[in-house]
Design a protein around this ligand. Structure first.
Ligand SMILES: [Zn+2]
Length: 125
């Protein structure tokens, strides 16, 4: 199957090795892509695992899993990477009512012990 992150590569050659924890995403953008794919799959464990440990208390694995499941994740667009640790993106999805939605966010990531983690995001209009 094609990778849900819209890289044009197959899932096996793109985000799957990150989801299986065989490799760590080498850049904030790669991690962002793999997290989008993890919503599409969905894989709540991976979403939790790639959240900065100090921020995990603000998230809930079951909620992440459910958020992935109830929506249909159609497309990811990377808008800009203004710094090594910042990725602005648009995630396109269809919600449970069949409405097309766009989640536009600027996310902050942090590298710790050679791994990238999601810190937080600002929702944009
Ligand atoms: Zn991918």
């Amino acid at each position: 199957m094609k990778c849900p992150c819209c890289s044009g590569k197959s899932y096996e050659e793109c985000c799957q090795p990150y989801h299986k924890m065989e490799k760590h995403a080498p850049t904030a953008e790669a991690l962002m892509r793999s997290r989008f794919s993890a919503f599409a799959i969905p894989n709540g464990d991976y979403l939790m695992e790639t959240t900065l440990p100090g921020k995990r208390k603000y998230h809930n694995k079951a909620d992440l899993q459910e958020w992935g499941e109830i929506n249909q994740w159609t497309k990811l667009e990377i808008i800009a990477t203004p710094a090594l640790n910042i990725v602005e993106f648009k995630a396109f999805y269809t919600d449970e009512n069949g409405e097309h939605q766009i989640h536009h966010e600027s996310s902050v990531f942090q590298k710790m012990h050679h791994r990238w983690y999601y810190v937080s995001g600002d929702f944009l209009e």
